[in-house]
Design a protein around this ligand. Sequence first.
Ligand code: COI
Length: 375
Amino acid sequence: MTQTDTDTSQDAAGTSPLAFTVDPDVARRTDEERAQILGAPGFGKHFTDHMVTATWTLDRGWHDAGVRAFGPITLSPAAAVLHYAQEVFEGLKAYRHDDGSVWSFRPEANAARFARSARRLALPQLPEADFLGSLEALVRADVDWVPSGGEASLYLRPFMFASEEFLGVRPAHTVTYCLIASPAGSYFPGGVRPVSIWLTTDYTRAAPGGTGEAKCGGNYAASLAAQQEAIGHGCDQVCFVDATEHRWVEELGGMNLYFVHADGRLVTPSLTGTILEGVTRSSILTLAKELGHEVEERKVSVEEWRDGVASGDITEVLACGTAAVVTPLGRLAWDGGEVVMGEEPGETTMRIRSRLLDIQYGREADEHGWLRRLA
Ligand code: COI
């Protein structure tokens, strides 16, 4: 095998399933410190006492897995990820049910997407059993950090990056897997209120054949200038259109979109290889049908959005994602105009939102077998 054609798609023999042994000496925050954080967690600002790490090398595969103290990672300044962004991540949540048990929602779907993203970024595959094993190990070690009540949850962030000290451009021979956890309240500081969207025509997020359907850090880095543009125009979030015709609505960068029509139809942009295949998006496809909606996955043009809102054919637009759950969109603005979907969250949006949350928090029967117990 040469330096340029390393095949990381096949694991070298490693120890699988990995044993995520917990370091017994990790210092924990006091009950008071933790209670203060859980009282107002915000999003992505606080982290639990532990984290998971595991290493992959070309010759040994996955090894050295463990649950350790949350803290800085030592990395060479020449680590490949710092130069060539060979990195992928996931996002999912742990929900506390009324009986105290803790559950995740469709984590197998996240494991599968993590593997697909890894393949696209020429990173090694983490077997599903190890992905799920790491979630269980961390949540059990930090179970007191899973909030209860309201819509609070423990946000789980698995990620993998090229940690090899090497400046040549090829897939890394040393890779680190890491899982951290962060108690979370609402993703948007204002809670459930309609957010405003800027339609960017200067920036695109993903081109055919690119990394748009992979959950890799580079996609999010590339979205930041567009997000700044949105904020500069007084909007909360940015909406991307396709890179070829600049006409077809794709996604918000961290959220997928659904359009609610006056006749009850729900339409979502089809997955064309440039849109992230959201777990929440796919769950809504199922739940909306059960709620009696016809659901279409197809191309949606910017004109259809603008004209549909103006004519009353499109009555609500919602964004969805693990972090944002289901969020109503209130206003769409672009260079030269705007349309207003609504000042208040729409009825269909809120019905779908409640249905999803009721399943996630165990208030409604899990008829699809979507929940997996973590602790
Ligand atoms: C998620 O919804 O979990 C995401 O990954 C979106 C964002 C927080 C990056």
